[in-house]
Design a protein around this ligand. Sequence first.
Ligand SMILES: Nc1nc2c(ncn2[C@@H]2O[C@H](COP(=O)(O)OP(=O)(O)OP(=O)(O)O)[C@@H](O)[C@H]2O)c(=O)[nH]1
Ligand SMILES: [Mg+2]
Length: 168
Amino acid sequence: MGRSEAGKTSLAQVLRGEELHYVKTQYTNADDDMIDSPGEYAESKVFSTGLACFSFEADVVAIVQAADEPFNLFGSSIQGSILRPLIGVITKTDSPYANVPMIRQWMINSGCERIFEVNNITREGAEELLAYLKEDLPRISLEEAKFRQRYGIKEWEDVPTELQKNDR
Ligand SMILES: Nc1nc2c(ncn2[C@@H]2O[C@H](COP(=O)(O)OP(=O)(O)OP(=O)(O)O)[C@@H](O)[C@H]2O)c(=O)[nH]1
Ligand SMILES: [Mg+2]
């Protein structure tokens, strides 16, 4: 998810190993292993609820922001409303107006647990993102899930050492 022109569709093409070809995303595409939404969903208060719904279908949710975006669409700690790992992907790192530290700070504020930089034109950074996406989440038992729920620990987060000795 991310504003229009952020580079979401281009990123999807890079991850699929396709040549870049511009296609304005008119509706949410969920026909392969990526869910690509139109930027307007992130830009509109009304449609943004749709993004929360799409997130339930996903294993991981990415905020995509171009390195030269002048303002941030995403609130702080939006991680709390997404029940999946949230990552950030910074595109257009080749832009003369790129301000990567600022975008990183926005993504940290939103609760992104990993931040990747990908130049969709040169494909620099794509390998690192692909390697992350290929990692499978460990499967956990129902007891483990209940234990984590009791302490508000997400299924993919490390259990703090002071809790590790507790009976599960
Ligand atoms: N220089 C540069 N241009 C890029 C990069 N990524 C995407 N673009 C260009 O930015 C424009 C918008 O890219 P899209 O991938 O269509 O953006 P989008 O986020 O899918 O936009 P919507 O479908 O409108 O939501 C295209 O002309 C891309 O070629 C990048 O990393 N660097
Ligand atoms: Mg698009």
